[in-house]
Write a protein that binds this ligand. Sequence first.
Ligand code: DC
Length: 250
Amino acid sequence: MSAEETSGQKKPERNFVVAIDGPAGAGKSTIARHLARHFGLLNLETGAMYRAFALKALRLEVPLEDPAALEQLATDTDIKLEPGEEENRVLLDGEDVTGQIRNQTVTDAASRVSVYPPIRAAMVKRQQELGANGGVVMEGRDIGTVVFPNAEVKIFLDAAPEVRGMRRYDQIGQHGHSEAKPVPPPDEVIRDLRARDERDRNRADSPLKPAPDAFLLDSTHLTLEEAVKAAEATVDKWLAKSKAAGTRLG
Ligand code: DC
């Protein structure tokens, strides 16, 4: 898979990389979308790739605790991520699965499959290809630490679990429920989120943690609009510094 193949729709106006990492519900997607629009960058949500892979494992009933079987599956799987205006389009072996990867079963499975190093290595390689020419906001868990350790701007976004859980709860209420599957109570959403946090932060390979040079943005007491402004100011500061230093920005 080449970068041109997957990100061909819109040429970014700049060539720097903004890495946004943080736990679920911290506001990464909202902020990444805004920064992409504001600064003329492509927005790439790497979590969608882990989600698409998890969906395939679930469909084929590959046990999520069998690393060898998952690794075999990864060698046989083609995942493409295409940046879009609002959200990324995800193609799993050529099938558009964008609408099928946000439910709770896939969410939980994505967190489980993403602990295995061979799965991560395959995803990281694809993500590095996608961002090779710069001009991207890439969001995930390991972008500033592993995927693009030399990213020009790194933001680590966090918030208290209760606040993130309530944001997730509101999102599920808006999109992810049906009569057959009612919205779970808030304490259940917060409990699931803590379990995912635990796995993401404590896995041996590429655990979720801020890069040493990341700007730490805690959105616990901020509205999403305020967090967006703070992230925008971080990029502006870097742009001003680069301009002063005479760096060409593409
Ligand atoms: O950001 P998200 O909730 O869509 O991510 C789904 C899962 O994928 C999450 O539990 C952790 C994993 N993930 C990861 O390990 N590394 C990334 N760069 C992005 C996501």
